[in-house]
Design a protein around this ligand. Structure first.
Ligand SMILES: Cc1cc2nc3c(=O)[nH]c(=O)nc-3n(C[C@H](O)[C@H](O)[C@H](O)COP(=O)(O)OP(=O)(O)OC[C@H]3O[C@@H](n4cnc5c(N)ncnc54)[C@H](O)[C@@H]3O)c2cc1C
Length: 300
C-alpha cells in the first residue's frame, strides 16, 4: 500500500481506536478473508463522520457489523474496515420505541425488547448480525422483516454528513433498502414495537431458535443463505432438486443439512466459495431455468 503512512497519520488524528493488518477471517462468520490494512473501532457518530471525511478519496471504507453476510477475498485487501461492534452498541427504550446503536447485535436487541415486554422483533432472534447490518439489508426470517419494525435509521453519508431516513425513504424491499450499494454508515436504528406478554415473546424466541438449530448447519462457519430467494421458488429446494447437496470445491461445501447454505468445512478460501457458487448457479440454471442471485456480499 503506497499511502499507508498517510492513512496511519489520519487514523492517529481521528481519536478513535484502530489496528493495522487485521485478518478479516476473525471478523466474519465464514472465517474467510485476508487482512484489512486498517480497521477502525469508532465509539460515536462524530468519530464516524470524521473518519468518512478524512479518508474519502484515500482508501475505500467498508462498514463491518458482525460480518455474517460477507465473503471477503483472500490475500491483500484494498479497503479500511469501519467496525461497528461492542463500542457502538448502546440500546435505549422509551415507551414502545427502542433505539439501538448500529453495532448492537440483533440478539441483544431482541433480549432488550423482551426485558421491556415489547413484541415485534422475535423473528430476528437467531440472525447472527448487527442491527445496522439488518437495517442495511432488510434482514428477515419466519415471516418477519426489518421493514415491519424499523421507524427510522440515522446515518452518516458518503461525504460525512449526518442524516435520517424514515418511512418510504427507507425504500425497503426484499433484502434491499435505500442504503443498498451506497457508502452510507447507519449509526442508529429506531424500532416501533408493541406491548406484549413476556412469556409469549420468550416462547416465540425459543421456538424460532430451536427451528434454526434443527435445520441450519450452525456447527460450521457460513454466511447463512448463500442465495436470494428467486421469484416463485426457493433456492434451497432448487439446489437439492439438482442433486447438489454435499458438492464441494476445496473446503467449501453445499451443506447436507440445508442446501441453501455454503459452509466452510475446514480452511475454505474465498476462491473455493466463489467457484462452488458458480457451479451451483450454472447447474441450477441448466437444469431448472432459474437464475440464482448471490445474497452474500463479496468484498475485495
Ligand atoms: C447462520 C446464519 C443465519 C442467518 N440467517 C439469516 C436470516 O434468517 N435472515 C437474514 O436476513 N439474514 C440471515 N443471515 C445473514 C446475516 O446475518 C444478515 O444479513 C445480517 O443482517 C448481516 O448483519 P451483519 O452485521 O453481520 O452485517 P455484515 O455482514 O457485517 O455486513 C453486511 C452488509 O451490510 C453492511 N453494513 C453492516 N452494518 C452496516 C451499517 N451500520 N451501516 C451501513 N451498512 C452496514 C456492510 O457494509 C455489508 O454491505 C444469516 C447468517 C448466518 C451466518
Amino acid at each position: 500500500m503506497e499511502n499507508r503512512n498517510e492513512i496511519r497519520a489520519i487514523c492517529e488524528a481521528l481519536g478513535c481506536a484502530y489496528r493495522e493488518d487485521v485478518p478479516m477471517r476473525d471478523y466474519t462468520t465464514f472465517r474467510i478473508g485476508g487482512a484489512a490494512p486498517f480497521m477502525l473501532f469508532p465509539e460515536n457518530a462524530a468519530q464516524i463522520a470524521r473518519a468518512v471525511r478524512a479518508l474519502r478519496g484515500k482508501i475505500p471504507l467498508v462498514t463491518l457489523g458482525r460480518g455474517s453476510n460477507m465473503l471477503v477475498a483472500d490475500g491483500a485487501l484494498h479497503f479500511a474496515a469501519l467496525h461497528l461492534g461492542k463500542n457502538f452498541s448502546r440500546i435505549a427504550v422509551e415507551g414502545e420505541t427502542m433505539i439501538c446503536e448500529a453495532g448492537a447485535t440483533m440478539a441483544e436487541a431482541c433480549r432488550t425488547a423482551l426485558a421491556h415486554g415489547l413484541t415485534g422483533l422475535e423473528f430476528s432472534y437467531g440472525i447472527p448480525g448487527s442491527v445496522g447490518g439488518g437495517a442495511y439489508m432488510n434482514a428477515g426470517a419466519y415471516g418477519g422483516e426489518y421493514r415491519d419494525v424499523v421507524l427510522w435509521c440515522e446515518h452518516v453519508d458518503e461525504e460525512g454528513n449526518p442524516g435520517r431516513f424514515s418511512g418510504e425513504a427507507l425504500d425497503y424491499r426484499y433484502r434491499h433498502s435505500a442504503y443498498s450499494g451506497k457508502g452510507y454508515v447507519i449509526t442508529r436504528v429506531a424500532f416501533g414495537l408493541k406491548k406484549g406478554d413476556p412469556a409469549a415473546i420468550r416462547a416465540q424466541m425459543d421456538e424460532l431458535m430451536e427451528r434454526r438449530r434443527s435445520r441450519q448447519p450452525l456447527e460450521f462457519p457460513s454466511a447463512g443463505s448463500t442465495f436470494k430467494r428467486p421469484e416463485g421458488a426457493y433456492a434451497a429446494a432448487l439446489i437439492e432438486q439438482c442433486g447438489l447437496k454435499g458438492t464441494r470445491v476445496g473446503d467449501a461445501m453445499v451443506s447436507e443439512k440445508h442446501s441453501g447454505f455454503v459452509i466452510n468445512v475446514g480452511n475454505a478460501t474465498c476462491a473455493d466459495v466463489l467457484a462452488l457458487i458458480e457451479q451451483v448457479r450454472r447447474t441450477v440454471r441448466e437444469q431448472t431455468g432459474y437464475e440464482l442471485e448471490r445474497e452474500v456480499e463479496l468484498f475485495r
